[in-house]
Design a protein around this ligand. Structure first.
Ligand code: SAH
Length: 466
């Protein structure tokens, strides 16, 4: 799968600065689904072309837990276009390999980032369910001149007709980040077959990258629907948010998701929240606390479970609570739901009467944000003072960090993390807490367990003895 981008801006080799990739070098990057190679077939002052070549590991794909091929047809493991066509894999590669350019940053030539330069992008082999008409409907309103070559199903038998594969050239004078953003969003839309789990985080990505142009695009609805893999609820939410066009808030929300960048997340986050919800259900809790609830993802899951009669979300940050309130559409909830849900600001470092008397508390990816010296205060505030019957607590397993290809060795997953623990550090902390406060504790892995390093997330379920 090949994407080339050319410019005739003078000097054209400035493309190297914009992409943070030196024109004289060939660079390769390992991604979870294969290798991405970046090189420059031509680098002259008059014209410069960069190539992004994806070498998708087709055997690896079949082995993925949510295999690309499973849902299609019996032979789909053997006859598949995935390794060869532009799809959501290309979007992931663009964000990983050209991430800085995509976000419109360039330290060395900040003025160049905003400059409109003549650009031409060629996608050789772009699948498009919807044909040339759809291609034009998507790119022409954005000001592109588009050349389309449709490939026959079989060159030896022309009467078999046309395939759904195209070679497409897009031309526009605009900033590089604008071009990359349009490709990033619209390639998966054309292909209409995302390779990864689509959840809330996708709405945010879409709104972030669609900021400025999507709200005014005549095909807005079909772009959103296809991008979100036809999931009706997500599509409705995204369209509603687009209409509100609260770009600033979206940007902040995106930053809060930095950690997720390393976690192949969409699925890990989802698995984590589902596992926690199940644990809370299993312990029979009716009144539950979500401490450090953040933007309310767990709250949303808990709300749909009738078992939970009262759900409390607490966080130290007013700002995220406000986002949670909006995300949960708190003001528009029916009275009955509203009465079940309470959000308030508070800190886990202090005893708080409002937290006393609940059946269970979830503390999801929060303790690593506390300064180690404050941890003792948290332990007493929760286990001694609030003392719910069950505590479900998760935290990253630092051993797994070697598996995140974007994470530099020695760094934590998020810059606000004060610590991250190995499995044995976490287990000995939890066992000690259980002993001191009269709880029992059981441990569960969350996410795919890797040899030697274990799962990405570790969970402890504490149960009060009396
Ligand atoms: N539980 C959420 C959010 C995790 S991010 C989820 O799994 O998505 C960590 C959250 O803990 C942030 O929202 C942060 O504001 C909150 N937090 C950090 N220190 C806190 C404290 N002392 N008391 C309460 N919340 C805290």
């Amino acid at each position: 799968m090949l994407l080339t981008i050319s410019t005739t801006y003078s000097p054209a080799t400035d493309l190297g600065y914009l992409l943070h990739k030196h024109p004289a070098r060939i660079q390769s990057f390992t991604l979870s689904f294969g290798q991405a190679h970046v090189f420059y077939p031509e680098a002259r002052t008059e014209k410069c072309t960069v190539a992004l070549l994806l070498d998708v590991d087709s055997v690896g794909l079949i082995r993925r837990p949510h295999g690309q091929f499973a849902e299609n047809f019996a032979l789909s493991q053997y006859v598949s276009d995935r390794p060869y066509v532009a799809s959501s894999f290309l979007s992931v590669a663009i964000s990983r390999v050209f991430g800085t350019a995509l976000s419109g940053k360039c330290k060395e030539r900040p003025e160049l980032v905003k400059t409109a330069i003549p650009l031409s992008a060629k996608l050789s082999i772009l699948p498009c369910r919807g044909g040339e008409k759809l291609l034009r409907r998507l790119f022409e309103p954005l000001g592109y001149t588009i050349k389309v070559e449709q490939h026959p199903l079989n060159t030896r038998f022309p009467d078999w007709g046309e395939s759904r594969y195209f070679t497409v050239t897009l031309e526009k004078t605009c900033s590089l980040s604008e071009l990359l953003t349009h490709l990033y969003v619209l390639i998966p839309v054309l292909d209409d077959e995302k390779h990864y789990w689509v959840g809330d985080a996708e709405i945010e990505k879409l709104l972030k990258h669609g900021n400025n142009w999507l709200a005014a695009h005549p095909e807005q609805e079909s772009i959103v629907r296809r991008y979100l893999k036809h999931q009706r609820q997500l599509t409705r939410e995204a369209l509603a948010q687009l209409r509100e066009e609260d770009a600033q808030e979206t940007d902040e929300a995106i930053q809060a998701h930095e950690e997720e960048q390393f976690e192949e997340r969409i699925s890990l986050n989802e698995v984590r929240l589902t596992t926690v919800t199940e644990a809370l259900k299993k312990c029979g809790a009716k009144r539950v606390l979500d401490l450090g609830c953040g933007e309310g993802k767990l709250l949303r899951k808990l709300l749909v479970e009738e078992q939970f009669e009262e759900i409390v979300g607490m966080d130290v940050s007013h700002h995220v609570l406000k986002i949670a309130q909006e995300r949960l559409h708190y003001d528009r909830l029916p009275e009955k739901q509203k009465n079940r849900l309470h959000l308030f600001q508070g800190s886990l470092g202090y005893r708080d009467k409002r937290l006393v008397g609940y059946d269970a508390a979830a503390v999801i990816e929060v303790i690593e944000h506390l300064d180690l010296p404050r941890l003792a205060a948290f332990e007493r505030a929760l286990f001694e003072f609030a003392c719910p019957r069950t505590v479900v607590l998760t935290t990253p397993n630092i051993e797994y960090n070697v598996k995140f290809e974007n994470l530099q060795t020695g760094l934590f997953r998020h810059k606000d993390h004060r610590f991250e623990w190995t499995r044995s550090e976490f287990q000995s902390w939890a066992a000690d807490v259980a002993k001191r406060f009269d709880y029992t504790v059981a441990f569960h892995p969350i996410g795919p367990e890797a040899e030697d390093v274990g799962p990405p997330t570790q969970m402890a379920v504490f149960t009060r003895k009396v």
